[in-house]
Design a protein. Structure first.
Length: 55
């Protein structure tokens, strides 16, 4: 087995690890916060209130 095969297997392993981390974080976030909090855009509302539109 040459170095390229080893690097390919290492890349697949890292990809699987990152995928598991993403899924674990998604489940943790989904169980911690409600949909109302996750879908709100308080910053957007504040910006909309402070914007000045000149015509």
């Amino acid at each position: 087995m040459d170095i390229w095969n080893i690097m390919e297997y290492a890349a697949w392993a890292l990809s699987a690890v990152f995928g598991l981390i993403i899924v674990a974080d998604w489940l943790k976030t989904d169980s911690t916060y409600s949909d109302d909090v996750l879908l709100s855009s308080q910053e957007g509302e504040l910006e909309a209130m402070t914007e000045e539109h000149k015509v």
